[in-house]
Design a protein around this ligand. Structure first.
Ligand SMILES: Nc1ncnc2c1ncn2[C@@H]1O[C@H](COP(=O)(O)OP(=O)(O)OP(=O)(O)O)[C@@H](O)[C@H]1O
Length: 231
């Protein structure tokens, strides 16, 4: 269970986030949508203790993220390429994480095996450094890394952005399978209304930092979102 209370972020006079309450249940696939600048990334960054809130708290499975480190043991995230080690090849990067997570080589193979379709022969066994990968391939490496070590909670910021259509479909299948097999709680921000409504059980719409809709009925999600975004 993730619980957000009275969360505010202010830059000078501008309040960019103002969320009174937000509770996300275990194994929920939570989608976050909103126009540019609505505050999606800021919310995720605060939830991952990457940005300090002006006020309020975020608790993941009983741990307040800016007060203890326990939540990091069961949380995975990929927000952007700054989270990667650009001077490594993807193989070197996965090996580094394998050692950090205390995984065996066999466990790493099983994990990366789930990504073989998505990787499309462009990620593993290559001499290319992460810094030289295309934006889509960077994203694939980041997502595979975020899911290492069987995290209970996974944050993905715009996971479909920069992926080609085949990769978007493969990623969607992968997330749905992971959700089914491991009951992982996913928090996914996206501008792609089709993908996010397809995979998420619930969608929260942010506008100027505030939650203005909390959609939990699968059938009605798309029409409500279309109505909002077509204005
Ligand atoms: N370090 C900062 N200093 C000042 N303003 C900031 C800072 N970081 C973010 N903001 C502002 O906070 C607001 C929310 O930005 P955020 O990146 O969270 O939005 P977003 O919903 O993720 O947008 P997008 O869809 O464009 O990625 C924006 O107005 C942005 O300019």
């Amino acid at each position: 269970m993730i619980s957000v209370k009275n969360l505010k972020k202010q830059y000078k006079e501008a309040v960019v986030l103002d969320v009174e309450t937000l509770d996300i249940s275990t194994s929920e696939c939570f989608g976050l949508v909103g126009n540019n600048g609505a505050g999606k990334t800021t919310l995720f960054r605060i939830m991952l203790d990457l940005v300090r809130p002006t006020d309020g708290t975020v608790i993941i499975n009983g741990h307040q993220v800016n007060q203890d480190e326990e939540w990091k043991k069961f949380t995975g995230a990929y927000l952007d390429e700054h989270m990667l080690l650009a001077y490594l090849t993807p193989d070197e990067y996965f090996q580094t994480l394998r050692k950090i997570y205390g995984m065996s080589e066999a466990d790493l193979e099983v994990h990366l095996g789930k990504f073989s379709e998505l990787f499309n022969d462009e990620i593993r066994g290559k001499k290319k450094y992460i810094r030289d990968l295309s934006k889509g391939n960077l994203k694939k490496v980041g997502i595979a890394a975020a899911l290492m070590g069987n995290p209970e909670v996974v944050f993905l910021d715009e996971p479909f952005e920069n992926l080609d259509p085949s990769s978007q479909i493969r990623l969607k299948k992968l997330i749905l399978k992971e959700k089914e097999d491991s009951r992982t709680t996913f928090l996914i921000s996206s501008h792609d209304l089709n993908h996010v409504t397809e995979i998420c059980d619930r969608i929260v719409l942010l506008e100027k930092g505030k939650i203005i809709r909390d959609l939990q009925e699968k059938e009605a999600m798309m029409s409500e979102l279309e109505a909002y975004f077509t204005g």
